[in-house]
Design a protein around this ligand. Structure first.
Ligand SMILES: CC(C)(COP(=O)(O)OP(=O)(O)OC[C@H]1O[C@@H](n2cnc3c(N)ncnc32)[C@H](O)[C@@H]1OP(=O)(O)O)[C@@H](O)C(=O)NCCC(=O)NCCS
Length: 167
């Protein structure tokens, strides 16, 4: 974590990336969310990538961007429709080094170019501070069930218009 990363690249998702992204998804949940979620909750959350074909279809159906280091994926983010961040996951080995910010910057620009006035995300508890620092405001507390486990998250929103109100 103390090492400084060379500048990561960024490119769109290709179906051949699915297995790598499923691995990043599982590793990020396993290693970066344990302060806020129990092991059973983490397992239930990570199970969304167990069926790789289905996970690949989800990635392909959204605007999915991949951050790379020497051409290898190190994180990814997916925009659903024009205004909802569905996924943002960074490999734990490079967490805290700006990769999540780079991906989120890109999604915010893309959402703006798709005409979105604001962007929402159902932020996991561990990611709430990350989004807050970027200007997202908590709107609603949610509880979702995945594989019989209850997980809490918070819908957060950021206004994209320059000078837009953030109340
Ligand atoms: C949330 C996540 C994507 C952040 O990615 P990252 O590459 O580590 O984030 P960055 O390095 O760009 O961090 C940007 C800022 O947010 C802060 N931040 C990042 N993660 C944080 C956390 N868990 N708690 C508090 N602050 C955090 C950083 O300290 C940094 O602050 P600074 O600008 O003052 O230095 C990553 O931790 C992750 O994959 N988490 C697990 C999966 C997850 O919960 N995804 C969100 C689903 S909605």
């Amino acid at each position: 974590m103390a090492q400084t990363l060379p500048k990561p690249g960024m490119r769109p998702f290709l179906p051949a990336d699915t297995a790598m992204l499923a691995a990043i998804f599982s590793a990020a949940i396993e290693e970066l969310t344990g302060d806020d979620y129990s092991e059973a909750q983490q397992e239930a959350w990570a199970s969304a990538a167990d069926d790789e074909e289905q996970f690949g279809e989800r990635l392909a159906s959204e605007l999915t961007l991949i951050a790379t280091l020497q051409n290898a994926p190190i994180g990814f983010a997916a925009l659903k429709g024009k205004d909802h961040i569905d996924m943002l996951y960074v490999h734990p080995s490079v967490a805290g080094q700006g990769v999540g910010s780079m991906l989120c910057d890109a999604l915010e620009r893309l959402a703006g170019s798709r005409g979105a006035k604001s962007l929402t995300v159902d932020a996991s508890d561990n990611a709430e501070e990350f989004f807050k620092k970027r200007g997202y405001v908590a709107r609603e507390r949610n509880t979702v069930t995945i594989n019989g486990e209850w997980l809490a998250n918070t819908t957060m929103q950021k206004m994209l218009e320059t000078g837009g109100a953030q109340t």
